[in-house]
Design a binder for this molecule. Structure first.
Ligand SMILES: Nc1ncnc2c1ncn2[C@@H]1O[C@H](COP(=O)(O)OP(=O)(O)OP(=O)(O)O)[C@@H](O)[C@H]1O
Ligand SMILES: [Mg+2]
Length: 370
């Protein structure tokens, strides 16, 4: 029996757990052509949620068209446009029609593509601008989306939207906003994990995107929702997992969707579910992430490292007590404050009632290996 768990890809089907409320909420936004900003820490399942919402949207009567634009790694307005154009093969599977669609809106673009050998549809579309790029192109591309939405309701997802903060082009956000506001039959979903950058884009009165989208923070998955899902998948190989063991796994991962999935992926191959086995699986996860965590650790200054140790030794409470500060060889509270500023901005530390290392496995890694 194939391992039903997966922690490296977007999950759909049986590997996707619950999110019923979120899917219903997002479908509501989409049906009403509202714009939404979905944000969460990394690997909480934003993109997986989107793809599961897409499936539902496509099954509606009348059908809703869906477009997922991955902005990760885009550096400029030109690359933004290329990403939008490349995504069009998701709604137009006939290559001639796709090329016509693009050529009718934009002159002087060169389109390259390959054909997916299994599906027979165009894939990996590449776009180049023959006689350079000019700023009217953004309007043309957005107008094309508008025209598509006249036939059928459309949902456009800009994934990793924080990337636009790095584009240097004058007035990009303003020009994009102007277009988005004209599109009555499109729901735009902005998605990302860099909370500070997104918050600057959407919550600053002086920015063009101010209040353009409803905020939708995506939380972890609750234990109550995990329990039946895990039991069901383990039953496929005839294993009966005691709810206390499932809870123990979820607790060790602090409900983090990717880590829970990774833990269960490794546990699938085990014959017993004893505490020793759970310990071994946890160590395996820490080893798999060793280099990633080491790189992260090495990217920190000495005071930031000491501050993380301070959070660990105090459990995040009363970290400004002189005794606590001295225990990690820091000299003053101001050093802790400065370090925290960066650690919070980089999403390494979060503050609710207490300070916490955001990534539970990074925290365990520090405790185990340092
Ligand atoms: N609903 C879910 N049920 C079970 N596992 C999930 C679910 N959503 C996400 N996961 C797990 O989390 C992993 C990361 O999911 P996904 O890539 O969708 O997150 P993301 O928030 O888009 O991440 P990133 O911030 O890197 O873009 C998946 O590979 C899967 O293991
Ligand atoms: Mg994602």
């Amino acid at each position: 029996m194939k391992n039903p768990f997966s922690y490296t890809t977007i999950v759909t089907g049986a590997a996707f757990c619950d999110r019923k409320t979120e899917i219903a909420d997002l479908m509501n936004f989409i049906k009403n052509s509202q714009n939404v900003l979905i944000f969460s820490h990394r690997r909480y399942g934003k993109t997986s949620l989107i793809f599961n919402v897409f499936k539902k949207a496509q099954r509606q009567k009348p059908k809703i068209d869906t477009l997922h634009v991955d902005l990760y790694g885009t550096l400029s307005e030109r690359e933004f446009i290329s990403a939008v154009l490349s995504s069009l093969s998701q709604i137009e599977s006939k290559i001639e029609r796709l090329v016509n669609l693009i050529k009718n809106s934009l002159k002087n673009v060169k389109i390259g593509w390959s054909i997916d050998p299994v599906a027979g549809t165009p894939s990996s579309l590449s776009i180049s601008f023959e006689s350079g790029y000019d700023m009217t192109m953004l309007d043309s591309v957005m107008e094309m989306l508008h025209r598509l939405s006249e036939k059928r309701k459309l949902v456009v997802v800009f994934d990793e939207f924080q990337e636009i903060a790095n584009y240097g082009q004058q007035g990009f956000e303003k020009r994009l906003r102007k277009n988005i506001q004209l599109h009555q039959n499109i729901s735009y979903i902005f998605c990302g994990s860099q909370r500070h950058i997104l918050s600057e884009i959407f919550n600053d009165k002086n920015r063009a995107f101010y209040r353009l989208a409803a905020s939708y923070p995506l939380d972890k998955i609750s234990t109550k929702d995990y329990l039946p899902w895990v039991s069901r998948l383990f039953a496929k190989k005839g294993a009966k997992l005691n709810p206390d063991i499932i809870k123990a796994v979820i607790n060790r991962c602090e409900n983090h969707p990717m880590y829970v999935q990774q833990f269960l992926y490794f546990l699938w191959d085990e014959d017993d579910f004893s505490v020793e086995t759970l310990n071994q699986v946890e160590i395996k996860i820490l080893q798999r992430h060793y280099h990633e965590f080491l790189n992260l650790w090495e990217s920190l200054t000495i005071n930031q490292k000491k501050t993380l140790k301070l959070i660990l030794s105090t459990k995040g409470e009363e970290i400004f007590y002189a005794k606590a500060i001295q225990s990690v060889d820091l000299k003053a509270g101001s050093q802790v404050t400065r370090a925290l500023e960066v650690l919070i901005r980089r999403n390494i530390v979060s503050k609710n009632k207490v300070y916490q290392i955001q990534d539970v496995m990074f925290e365990k890694w520090i405790q185990t290996f340092l």
